[in-house]
Design a protein around this ligand. Structure first.
Ligand code: FAD
Length: 406
């Protein structure tokens, strides 16, 4: 992909800070409103885009793959990017949840729920390519590579100073910077951070037999192991460790790593035959204390960074993207000024319950399965057996994981 042409510093109505998964999705989702209302939108991304032949990317589009719920696939269809996304997507046909050393297992299948797929797994780098190809077709202003260095509230919006020397004064600024750039702090928006004392080790593994679209979630003494189907005979591994204990595994030879994984996971997915490069992500629950202010909306990881155990972070954020676009359209129809609190409070109202539920669901899962207590362990196993028997509850869990229930 070619680097988009740097924009001149013309005045813009909406500025999106961050062209990662969330900022890029928002840029695509705003296309009809740009068309309809003539709004000028700028996307500012700090990291240069790679060439089309390169898969490596900025933070959002690194070596990971993401579990994309069926609800998110529907939203990508609305954005017109699903056919391209699907080229590199593996379908999740079944989910298998179990606990090492315990009898309980829970199985969920697309057939049983009457849907074509429970979800999809797509490499982040591919999602980045598809979203940015679509963005390049739209009449948006591009500042890339350019970093927003300062953000200052002023009458009617914010003043943004960029590292490329330009200044923007949008009526609406959307903070989709992943939450680590210091811009929230410049605005005095605090975040609550609860470290999990866990680190996720991420890699791809090749397996000896076809995965048949099964996604595994296995709870072990060390923490949960998720194994997600990828296109072909490969799977994405998310192996959560007590913080610090991942270091020795990161340093193992490929052979020794595969042996330890086999021992921890068992052989239900077949033999692990090859492993790719390994990456470590320390895990915390981070929630911004404010997500809207006059002329400002906070989205994605800047608003909430979750434990990846349930694969919900981006799925939740994408619902936020779509809700923001709907609130902007409704605000326009009611004659509200772009960036007004009427519109942004409408957006916040649409988001609050979903965000609360998903954070509670993901956090609860980590706390329930992260504690290594024998009694709890039995209770969890009983819970899993029970969950397998209790149809409606299991279906509700599945519908939530699919992004079809809030
Ligand atoms: C190990 C792991 C596995 C995960 N698996 C899943 C999954 O299976 N399913 C799921 O739904 N979610 C998953 N998630 C969550 C998901 O990855 C995040 O929700 C998503 O990456 C958030 O994207 P973002 O665009 O908000 O932030 P980021 O990915 O952090 O992107 C922010 C972008 O902003 C740019 N930027 C930063 N500062 C500035 C600045 N000052 N000026 C301009 N640009 C700037 C950065 O360069 C970057 O491109 C997982 C997360 C982890 C850690």
């Amino acid at each position: 992909m070619n680097n988009p042409v740097k924009a001149s510093s013309a005045s813009v109505d909406i500025a999106i800070i961050g062209g990662g998964l969330v900022g890029a999705s928002l840029g695509c989702a705003l296309a009809p409103l740009v068309d309809r209302h003539g709004w000028r939108v700028a996307v500012i991304e700090a990291t240069a885009l790679p060439k089309a032949s390169e898969m490596s990317w900025q933070p959002s589009f690194d070596a990971r793959a993401s579990a994309i719920a069926e609800g998110s696939a529907q939203r990508f269809r609305q954005l017109g990017v699903w056919p391209a996304m699907a080229e590199q997507a593996a379908t999740i046909a079944r989910i298998h949840i179990s606990e090492r050393g315990r009898m309980g297992t829970t199985r969920l299948s697309a057939d049983e729920l009457g849907v074509k797929a429970l979800g999809h797994v797509i490499p982040n780098a591919w999602m980045g390519q598809v979203l940015h190809r679509r963005l390049a077709e739209l009449p948006l202003e591009w500042h890339c590579p350019a970093r927003v260095e300062t953000i200052t509230p002023e009458a009617g919006g914010h003043r943004l100073r960029l590292s490329d020397g330009s200044e923007l004064t949008p009526a609406l600024t959307v903070l989709a910077d992943g939450g680590r750039s210091g811009l929230k702090e410049q605005l005095g928006i605090s975040s609550e951070k609860v470290p999990y004392d866990q680190t996720a080790l991420i890699t791809n593994v090749a397996v000896s037999k076809p995965h048949q679209g099964i996604a595994y979630e296995r709870f072990t003494q060390d923490g949960p192991i998720a194994l997600l189907p990828l296109p072909g005979q490969a799977m994405e591994l998310v192996w959560t460790h007590q913080h610090g204990s991942e270091k020795s595994r990161m340093a193992l030879s490929d052979g020794a790593f595969l042996q330890q994984l086999q021992q921890a996971f068992g052989d239900r997915a077949g033999r692990f035959t090859r492993v790719g490069s390994r990456h470590a992500y320390p895990l915390s629950l981070v929630t911004a204390q404010e997500t809207v202010r006059p002329g400002l909306a906070v989205l994605g990881n800047a608003a909430h960074a979750l434990h990846p155990v349930a694969g919900q972070g981006f799925n939740l954020a994408l619902r936020g993207v779509m809700d923001l676009v709907e609130a902007l359209e409704t605000g326009k129809q009611h004659g509200h000024r772009l960036g007004s609190m009427e519109t942004l409070l409408d957006f916040e109202q649409r988001r609050a319950r979903d965000r609360h539920n998903v954070i509670r669901f993901s956090d609860g899962l980590v706390r329930l399965f992260g504690v290594n207590h024998p009694l709890l362990s039995h209770a969890r196993a009983a819970g899993l057996v029970g969950l397998n028997l209790l149809g409606p509850l299991r279906k509700s869990l599945a519908r939530r994981a699919m992004g079809l229930e809030r």
